[in-house]
Design a binder for this molecule. Structure first.
Ligand code: NAG
Ligand code: NAG
Ligand code: NAG
Ligand code: NAG
Ligand code: CU
Length: 382
């Protein structure tokens, strides 16, 4: 065992932002085992619940939905969620003029495709994807009658054991298994060993799912292009960029939203204590799944695991916000990716686009998961 490293809340205090005094001091082994992030998740959960307890309308305490890690959902809920996604894959598209979009599920690929240049590496990355997940939750309920818990996937619980992950073990209580192993393939991201799959899913849930649109590099990415779903589960990516240590470090050494959102996306910023976040947990989680469309920047939203992955991104933002709620309801940046082309600094009243899946909302509407405009949920620690 290496020497005990003390990661103290004082690190964040030194950087000049008020952090809730209640953040405990953790040992390296607590950080690596997940005990630290579990405790941080509990503080955030309690803080958000206390806020909701004061609400007299909108998101009141009796209305709050509790989102859970996949393995903390009941088996019937896991099966019903998986079947709910399959149900959306059978319902008609809401787009009128997109030939390749056949189903209500395809709509998520189309919307994400159109919004990609405006909702990544900019001011709305966190909050646009937060609301996007909520829109899926509404579709599952309204179109397919799924009333169960909405999930997230803590990647760090599965690094080194991805094939056995309850999210991807191929059982009827999972989102399907790995792709067939393809010899001599490369990882979808530089600096990592190849994954353990690479080909089509052959058995279990989603093995009969046809990916209808994409990929990004196609001449017409929205044209009808039916093909199998591929996955390439990757333990090496998970260990390097989305481990429990990686998520905990992110929460403990980012004191402004500018640094937090850059660190989570691996844009190369340094944290409060000079911490280098590498590729970032957002890419780490995506490329732990990989495959087609899992590693496609525009169309990864058609991979059923996308929403559990982004559930965890949202959960990290939820925890980070609630560790110092008073100062963490802010945004940073513009409304274009890496500010290219240059655009105005984003403000809270700016529009975020979700049509035709849901009405548009403002950035501010998505700031608080218990704000009731319309969000009303918290993340339970596992
Ligand atoms: C294949 O799709 C149908 C819906 O058409 C679904 O009911 C069935 O469970 C799927 N099979 C597998 C193995 O996922
Ligand atoms: C992520 O955590 C692992 C240990 O779980 C560590 O080896 C790796 O260096 C970390 N990555 C970054 C970018 O800090
Ligand atoms: C919704 O947002 C989209 C994308 O920003 C925009 O093109 C559209 O005009 C908006 N619709 C309304 C009714 O504001
Ligand atoms: C979640 O499940 C794990 C085991 O998979 C268990 O140890 C933990 O207590 C559960 N957490 C909650 C909040 O139910
Ligand atoms: Cu995205």
């Amino acid at each position: 065992m290496r020497s005990v490293l003390k990661i103290v809340a004082a690190v964040a205090l030194l950087a000049g932002t008020a952090v809730s005094a209640s953040i405990p001091t953790f040992t390296q082994s607590q950080i690596d085992s997940g005990e630290a992030i579990r405790q941080l998740g509990k503080i955030a959960y309690d803080t958000a619940m206390a806020r909701a307890a004061k609400a007299t309308s909108g998101c009141t305490k009796d209305k709050i939905k509790i989102r859970k890690e996949w393995r903390n959902m009941t088996l019937p809920d896991r099966k019903a969620y998986q079947e709910g996604i399959q149900c959306l894959m059978q319902k008609p598209s809401r787009y009128k003029n997109i030939k390749g979009a056949k189903t209500a599920w395809d709509d998520y690929g189309v919307l994400h495709y159109y919004q990609t240049p405006f909702v990544h590496d900019d001011a709305t990355f966190l909050l646009w994807h937060r609301h996007y997940n909520w829109v899926l939750e509404q579709d599952l309920l309204k179109i397919c009658g799924y009333t169960g818990v909405f999930p997230y996937w803590e990647w760090g619980l599965d690094c080194g054991n991805m094939d056995k992950s309850p999210v991807f073990d191929g059982s009827e209580y999972s989102l399907g298994g790995n792709g067939e192993f393809v010899k001599n393939h490369r990882a979808a991201i530089g600096g990592a060993k190849p994954g353990s799959g690479g080909g089509c899913l052959k058995t279990g849930p989603f093995s009969n799912f046809t990916v209808n649109i994409g990929p990004s590099e196609a001449r017409d990415p929205l044209a009808y292009n039916p093909r199998c779903l591929k996955r390439d589960l990757n333990d090496d990516v998970c260990r390097k960029w989305s481990s429990l240590r990686n998520t905990t470090d992110l929460l403990l050494s980012t004191s402004t939203v500018a640094v937090f959102q850059s660190a989570i996306q691996g844009e190369g910023v340094r944290g409060d204590n000079g911490k280098n976040f590498g590729t970032g947990v957002h890419s780490g989680g995506h490329y732990s799944i990989s495959g087609d469309p899992g590693s496609d920047f525009h169309f990864s939203a058609l991979e059923p695991g996308f929403y559990l992955h982004h559930g965890n991104i949202d959960r990290l933002h939820f925890i980070w916000q609630n560790l110092a709620w008073e100062t963490r309801q802010t945004i940073s940046g513009t409304n274009t990716m890496y500010n290219m082309p240059p655009s105005a600094v984003a403000v809270l009243t700016d529009n975020m686009g979700f049509e035709p899946l849901h009405r548009n909302i403002t950035i501010k509407d998505a700031m608080d998961t218990v704000g009731g405009t319309p969000l009303c949920y918290v993340y339970e620690p596992w």
